[in-house]
Design a protein around this ligand. Structure first.
Ligand SMILES: Cc1ncc(COP(=O)(O)O)c(C=O)c1O
Length: 342
């Protein structure tokens, strides 16, 4: 094993949270807030936070509903609109389906993967019948993006609400937030977990028309965002330049990781996110690679874990870690491929 890139602690490439440290100054600012933790958050309306988030997303504060992670956006939007039929494009993030099941709502899973192409292929009858339609952009776990034209086409053809999960917007750099006034059936979900490294704080937000915000808020608790998460959300956007450099580095490392895998004949999807889905062809190979990586201290999500809906069992998803972590992972995969060609 190459000593130069040996890493002594486990490398967690499972959840797609940010693998870089938070800005030191932000941590200092937050530590100074600890003595205020005997107070409630700012009383249900979260006005200052909503105004900051609205500025960031390019919409009005009335279009914003802060949430306890985008998981809460998923749950509250499902409860507000999902009572008739929920359309879910697979493979995708598991919580759309889990939320439908928790609430006893009907769901239809629509397979959108053809070869290595993820294409939304909802038909007109389903779009007319559904009260809630999911789009994950870029999609988890394939990492592929859905074009603005396709999203507009689905919005035009849908009788119900279309929710676009933009929790990895910062990596993709494309949004449909500017369409919120035009399409009253559009709801958008955003997160601070993946891109700003605030997964532990649980902070996300909904973007929607003020009318839909009121409907969704009925299913949320008054103090759903805790005081520290509220303050973190207000302060973190000052450090946008720090994060932008990280997002660019993630894109570079991702590109090199995919290219290096292709060089050793391992197929990876062309991701626009901070994770990469890799095809190990059979379940047996997949299990064996996954176990080997774990034994060597690299933790990844295999297709059969709870993170995914409708993913066949021959894939592993790698979150993009630091350059050193990904070099180490590549070295292991190279070794594996030499000894047991896939
Ligand atoms: C596509 C997608 N949406 C939403 C979430 C939930 O994120 P959060 O941490 O904001 O609840 C995840 C987390 O993995 C995700 O992958």
């Amino acid at each position: 094993m190459d000593e130069k890139i040996r890493i002594n602690k486990p490398i967690c490439l499972e959840h797609s949270s940010l693998k870089y440290p938070l800005p030191e100054k932000l941590l200092f600012e937050l530590s100074e807030e600890l003595h205020n933790m005997n107070k409630y958050p700012s009383g249900g309306d979260y006005l200052e936070l909503s105004t900051k988030l609205a500025d960031y997303a390019g919409v009005a504060p009335g279009n914003i509903l802060p949430a306890n992670g985008s998981d809460e956006v998923i749950e509250s939007t499902t409860r507000a609109f999902g009572n008739k039929l929920i359309l879910i494009p697979t493979p995708t993030f598991s919580q759309y389906e889990a939320s439908a099941d928790r609430n006893g709502f009907s769901k239809k899973l629509v397979n959108c993967l053809q070869g290595y192409d993820y294409k939304l292929n909802y038909n007109d009858d389903d779009l007319k019948e559904a009260s809630l339609v999911w789009i994950c952009n870029p999609n988890n776990p394939t990492g592929e993006s859905i074009s603005r034209e396709i999203i507009k086409n689905i919005l035009d053809r849908s009788a119900g609400i279309v929710i676009v999960d933009e929790c990895n917007y910062e990596y993709l750099g494309e949004t449909v937030a500017d369409l919120i006034d035009k399409y009253h059936n559009l709801v958008i979900s955003r997160s601070f977990s993946k891109n700003f490294g605030l997964a532990g704080f649980r902070l996300g937000f909904t973007i929607a028309s003020p009318k839909n915000i009121i409907k969704i808020a009925r299913y949320c608790q008054q103090f759903r965002v805790n005081r520290m998460a509220e303050i973190a959300g207000i302060k973190v956007l000052k450090y946008l330049n720090y994060y932008k450099e990280i997002w660019q580095e993630v894109a570079r490392v991702r590109k090199q990781f995919i290219a290096a895998l292709h060089q050793i004949n391992i197929m990876a999807f062309p991701s626009k996110s901070n994770f990469v889905l890799v095809d190990f062809i059979t379940r047996e190979n997949t299990k064996s690679v996954w176990q080997y990586l774990r034994k060597e201290g690299v933790y990844t999500f295999a297709a059969w874990e709870d993170e995914f809906s409708g993913l066949e069992n021959h894939y592993i998803r790698f979150t993009i870690g630091t350059r050193q972590e990904m070099d180490y992972t590549l070295m292991l995969l190279n070794q594996y491929q030499k000894n047991n060609p896939i």
